[in-house]
Ligand binder design. Sequence first.
Ligand code: PAF
Length: 273
Amino acid sequence: MKSFLEESKKNKKTIGFVPTMGALHKGHLFLIEQAKKKNDLTVASIFVNPTQFNNQEDLDNYPKTLEKDIELLESVSCDVLFVPTIDEIYHKNVVSNKFDFDGLEHEMEGKYRAGHFDGVGTIVKTLFEIVSPKNAYFGEKDFQQLQIIKKLVTKNQLPISIKGCAIYREKDGLAMSSRNARLSSEQRKVAPIIYKILKKVKKKFPEETEGEISEWVENQFKNHPFLQLEYFTIADEKSLKPINIKEFDKKYRAFIAVFAGNIRLIDNIQLKY
Ligand code: PAF
């Protein structure tokens, strides 16, 4: 991949990069489209990165649909697809490096998915070294990941611009995710409630305290037959620290993680007041 891209770099072609774990959906294709608009060459990667999974069952069941993914990438005229093997990335040592993301890694997902962001940091840094893109595209569904990758780039002084792209949703509001393919029909039917709740939170935010809103959210999931709340938090977009008192010069977001059986769904929404 490095030598293949060398030629393009010699010719001063700009590279836009969309790293993925496959099982592509419209949200990924939207990222490819954004990359294609602003770069001479668009590179996608598919690599199910074992070190970012804190749960073996989640890794084992992660959907793998390479043939379909290739068709989808062709449908949006993605220029290059990189599908490395585990050995090519990890050289027989499948462990992650340790990263310090100035505390971003200890909030939310970091509390519930031990080592997850070390795994993400390891693979994204490795892929950036191989592809050395000018721009790299990530979805805001994984907003914490997006902020962490921005931090990775700043701390390592990488000449890469990280572009966050709005969450792509199904018609009924469910945030698109490769894991949605694993939902049973009952789980799929009720899952859009997650976004409905976030929209209600957005309405409540100007008038109610964080405590009141959190209690309301918890009640929505109490005794729910299919969904179980893992966490709900309102946090500062930059530091990702939970809100203390509302400060007018800060931007806030509501973040949620919910289990449908053993399938974990996350979502978030920007708040205004
Ligand atoms: O968001 C993802 O799909 C993954 O975390 C990423 C960024 C491709 C790293 O494996």
